[in-house]
Ligand binder design. Structure first.
Ligand code: SF4
Length: 179
């Protein structure tokens, strides 16, 4: 289910240029979920094309995972002002659109705190859960879920880089077994 062009279910509608929809190959069944569109994403209408996207692209290339083979999306489809975190209310308003992107997923990767809060209800330290596989319920179906760091957390944090690369390696290996 795609949000209507004039969606105003939450206040993020007020500042957006584009609704940023998922990008990639849904037939893989693998979905990476980030936090929210930033400035470049808002302007281009494509997720993860800014600084964090470049980091993610670099790790994917290094680990041999083609970005075009997986789906990349965000908890909310419109840019929060000043790139602040989306609120729980905004994520809840956008959740039905996210759920429709996830209903056929075989593996979901939560990139960072907002995705893990929205999908797992987890609000603790990321360090305690990264790369610990669990499962989340989407429309009555349990789907494997891997929490990990958001690429922007990797800018100054070497151990976050190691963790995220490990996540991507796992995804690449799983994708290979499905092919
Ligand atoms: S973030 Fe989601 S719910 Fe809010 S206005 Fe955009 S599309 Fe609608």
């Amino acid at each position: 289910m795609r949000p209507p062009e004039n969606c105003n279910l939450c206040p993020l509608s007020e500042g957006r240029t584009n609704i940023v929809m998922p990008h990639g190959d849904a037939s893989s069944g693998i979905v990476f979920i980030g936090e929210a569109p930033g400035e470049k994403e808002d302007l281009q209408g494509i997720p993860f094309v800014g600084k964090a996207g470049k980091i993610l692209d670099g790790f994917m290339e290094e680990e041999g995972l083609q970005r075009s083979r997986v789906v990349i999306t965000n908890t909310v489809k419109c840019r929060p002002p000043g790139n602040r975190d989306p609120t729980e209310e905004e994520m809840a308003a956008c959740r039905k659109f996210l759920n429709s992107e996830l209903s056929d997923a075989r593996l979901i990767i939560g990139l960072g705190k907002s995705a893990c809060k929205n999908l797992m209800g987890y609000d603790g330290r990321m360090a305690d859960i990264v790369n610990k596989r669990t499962a989340i319920e989407i429309d009555g179906k349990m789907i494997p879920f891997i929490p990990t760091y958001h690429p922007s957390a990797c800018i100054y944090n070497k151990s976050a880089r190691t963790v995220l690369r490990e996540t991507i390696r796992t995804v690449r290996e799983e994708l290979e077994t499905l092919e």
